[in-house]
Design a protein around this ligand. Structure first.
Ligand code: ZN
Ligand code: ZN
Length: 482
């Protein structure tokens, strides 16, 4: 598939933002139910096996090595550019690869690097951290619910400033604060990033100078999908809709993006957050929430967020929302579409809906601004649809979307909320398209966004840069140790 779209691709096609690679990626994403990145990885592996490592590919085809081993081999050989060296490396690996499955991850890398080093030493990939000078990464697969690990590297002076500031903030609360200093340092970092200049004291004493609303929580909005609201004594009218049984379920929890609050032109749904409202008065019992990134929020953290000032918003039902007269959906409608879909609606794509565009599946004004006609689409997949590349979505009343691919295959994606919170999401009418004739506009091709350089050019450039860096490192420090 990749070769069909990318081999012999002419320059003008390769310079389009939706180039041959993007076309192939969309088809592979849909067929294998993979996100764009994962699809790209599979394509790189496939192309490396097909064009660069044919003998290794044979061993793989015979079932003698695992996909995991193949992924490591194709990755660790990517900097080899010389044809002859590549042939020798391929032969060396193919002859020994059937033994690699027993190796630990580190040993596997060393086994592959052995052959690369033997025939093309500057193509040995250096440790990632050394290449990446400064970075911050979040999230590890082992993280327990409710916390996320992060790690990184910064300039020495920045680290000194950061440490001193975190220590100051951690010690700026009163002695009755129940947290350890380590916990306070972590909380202080988030508070600073949320725009605060101090850490809110959690002693619980309203007289304490350090108490008050926690800016971290103020940046969180909790959307309630069931129509059930925590009882905060503000007399919020629960929205209509099927009544859930007594297991009240909370919906997605969204760290609010500051820009979004500025542009809202609709009256805000009531925000019944009362700082320090006792979490025990929640009605009915909270279960758990989920962030749009898919992380679980355990009930105790959810209760703490509400008690310390998170905004709580109830979603209107689709029937209450109905059609809106303008192109741009209201805040309430946008929230409904994002919180029920939760991700981009293209097959395989897991991009959180909060970071997606809202697309009229049937273009406005023929298609209404209505819950049944709006879907979140990430930039990449929005472009794929808008650029008339042959991908056509169709909305279904249960919130699912059926995509017809350029090759005629169809794929249906389900919104996530009805799966996670099944009590209270009901079918949505799909409004009929209005017949509207746009004189002169009808067959106009959308402007095609272009790249500065082709994808292949960027890749060649990156590989050459990495080879040059390796050559320099070897000249200065000698060969990488084995
Ligand atoms: Zn205090
Ligand atoms: Zn997407």
């Amino acid at each position: 598939m990749t070769a069909r779209h990318c081999d012999n691709e002419d320059e003008s096609s390769a310079l389009k933002l939706i180039d041959g690679w993007a076309h192939a990626k969309a088809e592979i994403s849909a067929a294998c139910n993979l996100g764009p990145r994962a699809a790209s990885t599979q394509m790189r592996i496939a192309m490396a096996l097909r064009d660069r490592l044919p003998r290794t590919a044979e061993v793989f085809a015979q079932g003698m090595v695992s996909a995991k081993v193949i992924a490591a081999i194709t990755w660790r050989t990517q900097l080899v550019t010389d044809e002859e060296a590549l042939g020798l490396i391929d032969a060396g690996i193919a002859g020994t690869a059937h033994q690699y499955g027993m190796l630990s991850a580190d040993a596997l890398i060393r086994a592959v690097d052995f052959w690369v080093h033997k025939f093309d030493p500057i193509a040995v990939i250096r440790a990632k951290a050394a290449a990446k000078e400064r970075y911050i990464d979040f999230g590890d697969s082992d993280d327990p619910d409710g916390v996320v690990s992060f790690w990184g590297r910064m300039r020495t002076t920045d680290a000194a400033i950061s440490q001193a500031r975190l220590n100051d903030l951690a010690h700026g609360v009163c002695d009755a604060d129940p947290r350890t200093v380590a916990e306070r340092r972590a909380d202080a970092l988030a508070a600073v990033l949320a725009g605060a200049d101090r850490l809110t004291c959690l002693c619980g004493n309203p007289e304490c100078a350090g108490s008050g609303k926690d800016p971290r929580t103020g940046a969180v909005t909790i959307y309630v999908l069931t129509g059930q609201e925590p009882d905060t004594g503000h007399g919020v009218t629960p929205s209509a809709g099927p009544t859930p049984d007594d297991s009240g379920t909370q919906g997605p929890v969204v760290p609010e993006e500051p820009a979004a609050t500025q542009s809202e032109d609709e009256p805000q749904p009531s925000t019944p957050a009362t700082p320090n409202a006792p979490a025990a008065s929640m009605r009915p019992g909270l279960s758990a929430g989920i962030t749009l990134d898919g992380a679980i929020i355990p009930a105790h953290l959810l209760a703490e967020l509400i008690a310390t000032g998170a905004k709580v918003r109830s979603l209107n039902s689709a029937t209450e929302l109905g059609s809106e007269p303008r192109y741009r959906p209201s805040t309430a409608l946008a929230a409904f579409v994002r919180m029920t879909s939760m991700t981009c609606c293209f097959p395989g794509c897991g991009k959180p809906a909060q970071r997606c565009d809202l697309d009229h599946l049937t273009p406005w004004p023929a298609g209404a601004t209505h819950p049944g006609n709006l879907r979140p689409l990430c930039r990449e997949h929005h472009l794929l649809k808008t650029m008339k590349t042959g991908w056509t979505p169709k909305a279904r009343p249960d919130g699912s979307t059926t995509w017809t691919a350029p090759n005629g295959h169809t794929y249906t994606t389900m919104p996530l909320a009805p799966i996670l919170f099944p009590h209270n999401i009901s079918d949505v009418d799909i409004p009929r398209s209005r017949r509207i004739i746009l004189i002169g506009e009808r067959d106009r091709d959308p402007d095609i966004p272009r790249r500065q350089r082709t994808r292949q050019h960027d890749r060649d450039y990156r590989i050459n840069a990495e080879r040059t860096r390796n050559a320099t490192a070897i000249a200065l420090d000698g060969d990488p140790p084995f």
